[in-house]
Design a protein around this ligand. Sequence first.
Ligand code: FUC
Length: 787
Amino acid sequence: MDKDVHDKTKTGRLKLWYNEPAKATVTDGTDSWKDDPEWLKALPLGNGALGAMVFGDVDKERIQLNEESMWSGSPNNDNNPKAYPAQAKIRELLFKGKYREATKFTQETQICEGKGSGRGQGATLPFGCFQTLGDLWIDFENQGNYEDYYRELDLEDAIVRVSYTKNNVQYKRDVFVSEPDQLMVVRLTANAPGAISFTSSLSRPERFTTKVEDDQLVMFGALDNGKGGNGLEYMARLTALNKNGTVSYSDDGIVVQQADEVLLLLSASTNYVLDYPSYKGRDYEKLTAKRLENGKQKTYAQLLEAHTKDYQSYFKRVSLKLDQVPDTVPTNKRLQNLKTSKSSDLRLEELLFQYGRYLLISSSRPGTLPANLQGIWANKIQTPWNGDYHTDVNVQMNYWMAEVTNLNEMHLPLFDLMASLQEPGAITAKTHYNANGWVVHPITNIWGYTAPGEKASWGMHVGGGAWLTTHIMEHYYFNLDKTFLRQNYPVLKASTQFYMDWLVPDHKTGELVSGPSVSPENTFIAPDGSNCQISMGPAHDQQVIWQLFKNFIDASVVLGIDDDYVASIKRAQAQLAKPKIGDDGRLMEWAQAFEEVEPGHRHISHLFALHPGYQIDIEQTPKLAMAAKKSLDFRIKNGGGHTGWSAAWLISQYARLGEAEKAYKSLQTVLAKSTTSNLFGLHPPFQMDANFGTTEGISEMLLQSQSGTIRLLHALPDAWATGEVKGLCARGGFVIDMEWKDAELTEVKVHSKSGGTCKIGYKGKTIYFETQQGQDYFPLQAHHLKE
Ligand code: FUC
């Protein structure tokens, strides 16, 4: 065994580490809105499809398991034929300013048929819910004192390690989830022969059976289809490979006695396929058997090597150094210190940045489903908000960081999901709006749910498709991959087709407006004093549609398409109602200057144009940027940024404005208020978008490229006066390494992936230079970028 990595004095590595276990014997609650504190101490592992939360408890180990497609529910027609016939009347009411009547009538006619997401409690409904696969238990059946306890999640090789000493024997566990072998690997060792004895079993809160099949313990079952029957089928297989001692199998578990060393291998799958309309067909029994069989043919060293090589090929692309001090304080204590002392902790900031990258690599891989609201880590049958894909900010936020932090491959599952929504989304577009193209509202699942939600107040978000499709061009801008763009152009085009049919001229101004729809998930006070959500032309919709049209025009240029349709999009884009500034100087959230019911609302959807969109820019549209800043300040003054994802979004928003200290303050808020001891983000409850959003926020502070200029250190706070980052990506196909000292850039290296002009901005100075594919450039020395 590599002694070194279990050595707690080896503090140079980037890791989460603790001197105490998470308690495996505390039972999880069933209330989805309440987090389980011990589970939030466990450490996450994953390969995009298979997830594990390792508790590291001494006498009884619990490894809570996930498989990305463990979803209850089933495909369902949720579209509402009453919607379209009522649409004209709602618009009429809204143009006349009758918001109360329109909001009421929208609720009556425009929402989905059936129960939709079941208010985020859809486990037994057709919508379904992402659920736990169950638990792997390793019961050592020997209670008693232990000492020298240590556990860590090493972000540099994606391994959880646990060690402790009991009765003078030192025990160690190493756990990882391998992508190349599609297996979870648990190695148990001790420094005395014959010291390892345990019983291992598999269980699930419901719907499971275990049985022996040769040298395997098999857990299997079928999930609730939400219609009173069985839905997806699943299977997990476990085998134990021992060095000396004995192993025996029964239907209840695997008994290991007096082994020197044991390797547990686990495979899992379901019969799910991301393919409308059946969504079934994977031969999960064979697949799980084959994976286990292949794994058994390999040595631990071979499994480890394949895992490490694969993982590091992604993770090692980016490094960030803000702090050079040895890491001598356990992660939970660090967080506690930060909360009590209110002083910042650079190591924790570095860790949180890289943790987001780690979590994306672990929950989203080419060919898997996208990372959901909890990544792939959920310990219940009813996960909060069904662990679904919210498209009114959350799933997009999961992927904002993918390109800039050099993980473009991890972005790909999002495009597969979008492609799979084409057919169901086209049916919804026709049924609800008599429109062409495709649409998705604020929630979707693995069953192609595209109808509005069950409450118009949030469920009537019509901008989800536009927002999602902006990711297509984001991927292109960073990688300049024309094949990818050609493949995804139809998705982009079909989204524009939907909005071309959906938009209508405003009765007074003639500008094109979206509606009836909401500004996610906000409520305004209508002139008659009633609380309303539905209006024409909410700023958010206008902005996402503007961005979609811009993306489509850009994509058409890249692909050499210049036809009448593209011309019509250009005209429509020019005719869209644009961002407006209210009398109070704030960017308006609705077409009329309404007062909001909750001025500190967590969503800041009307600032989409500032981030992640680019319609508003500090240099190109400074007045609008200032209005956006006013809106942000106002939201925060009134208590905004109170959920993890909301605070995380503020980091990026302020970074775009060059407001370094405010961005940094939002980062501190995420850490102090919305981060648990295993560094998971909290809404609360646990929601992973805060992690991903924070990683992106930190990168936005260091590097931006949305304006066509690569802005370096655009929002560098005082606390980061000296530092170094390597491997961040910029639009145009550039990779940037840079160092700075005393708040001044000291070195920049630009790697050009595809050639082309590189435009760099730093402290108000801009330089251009031509690049060749594959070459490195040091513009700082060559062009004296520094003031
Ligand atoms: C959005 C938010 C909620 C929550 C949910 C999963 O709709 O408004 O705060 O994060 O998604």
